[in-house]
Design a protein around this ligand. Structure first.
Ligand code: URA
Length: 213
């Protein structure tokens, strides 16, 4: 069971915690890291979708007619913050294959740690849709804040941030700016260091996902 507190849901399921530990280990290969992130993302998506609205529809089973639950409303929208968000997207699409997908290109200026936008493409008509923003590391919070700033201009129906790891500094900064956006994460780590990395963390999620270091 996940527990919620001030718009933060920590998915403390044993499978998630086990997989996260394997991801943190510095000797874990790129292939394993990618597979584990995909597996955890499915479990995070499962929790992130817990409060989705259901409608009812009349169906026929082989035995009888029945009025059965079905997801209400339009297709879910997944928005990946490039590039590490792509790792979460893959797993989520396994679970929600009909989701629409958006991409937000942001990089962190290494000296200021500010988020700089270089790409923005999301499905039109976000109104009435549930939007899940995917970014593995909620560190300074700058990229998540910048992405949500942009996405809010498209007036999404509902909006949540799904990350793998968060830290208290990032959560506070994010919720100071966007108190209305719930966060779903696998863990809240100890702290942010002076270089903008989460400690103990898992290093640079993009580099570990794509083997660029
Ligand atoms: N981004 C990462 O990839 N890792 C961190 O620890 C912080 C930000």
């Amino acid at each position: 069971m996940a527990h919620s507190h001030r718009h933060v849901t920590v998915v403390d399921h044993p499978l998630v915690q086990h997989k996260l530990t394997l991801m943190r280990k510095k000797d874990t290969s790129t292939a394993s890291f990618r597979a584990l992130l995909s597996e955890i993302s499915m479990l995070l998506a499962y929790e992130a979708c817990r409060d989705m609205k259901l409608a009812r529809m009349d169906i026929e089973t082989p035995l009888t007619a029945m009025n059965a639950p079905i997801l209400e409303g339009k297709k879910v929208v997944l928005i990946a913050i490039l590039r590490a968000g792509l790792g979460i997207l893959d797993g989520m699409l396994e679970l929600i294959p009909s989701a629409r997908v958006g991409h937000v290109g942001l990089y962190r200026d290494p000296t200021t740690l500010e988020a700089v936008q270089y790409f923005f493409k999301v499905p039109g008509n976000l109104q009435d849709r549930d939007v899940l923003v995917c970014d593995p590391m909620l560190a300074t919070g700058n990229s998540a804040i910048a992405a949500v700033d942009l996405i809010k201009k498209n007036q999404p129906g509902t909006l949540k941030l799904v990350c793998l790891l968060a830290c208290p500094e990032g959560l506070k900064h994010f919720h100071d700016v966007h108190p209305d956006v719930p966060v779903v994460t696998a863990a809240i780590d100890q702290k942010l260091n002076d270089h903008g990395y989460i400690v103990p963390g898992l290093g640079d999620a993009g580099d570990r996902l794509f083997g660029t270091k």
